[in-house]
Design a protein around this ligand. Sequence first.
Ligand code: FES
Ligand code: FES
Length: 159
Amino acid sequence: MSEHSISVTVNGTQHELTVEPRTLLVSALRDELGYTGANVGCETGRCGACTVRENGETIKSCTRLAVQADGAEIETVEGLADDGDLSALQERFQEHHGLQCGYCTPGMLMSADTFLRENDDPSREEIREAIEGNLCRCTGYQNIVDAIEATADQLGEQR
Ligand code: FES
Ligand code: FES
């Protein structure tokens, strides 16, 4: 099968790689580049476990071919922590028990982080809408919403 050379920037680091036309972005991130934070759940765009940011917008990386991301800026959950220090959102997830098995967590964090960039004072309903594309089979969502709300409150106090 023919292969394509692509260039993607992931969490600020540029990578050149060769992929088959059928390679999914999530597979290229995990298997070729070692960014294993994005998880593969359904591979059909439903669960959100593979959520990353592409050029500032959240996408489900199982619905993108790697070749479509040529030239893109990708951000994964690995980019949220700053030199090992968890982000405020990650800390609040920990504090409010916003995860159990953790499988949904990377995607959940990326959706919530993107949402909070644009919504500094969200209602709980808005938070629930923001994560409606991310399924969690463990937590019942309550603690996740608590964690995101607490992050918004903290960021609001810092402004
Ligand atoms: S693995 Fe991508 S949405 Fe489920
Ligand atoms: S913590 Fe297990 S799926 Fe969400």
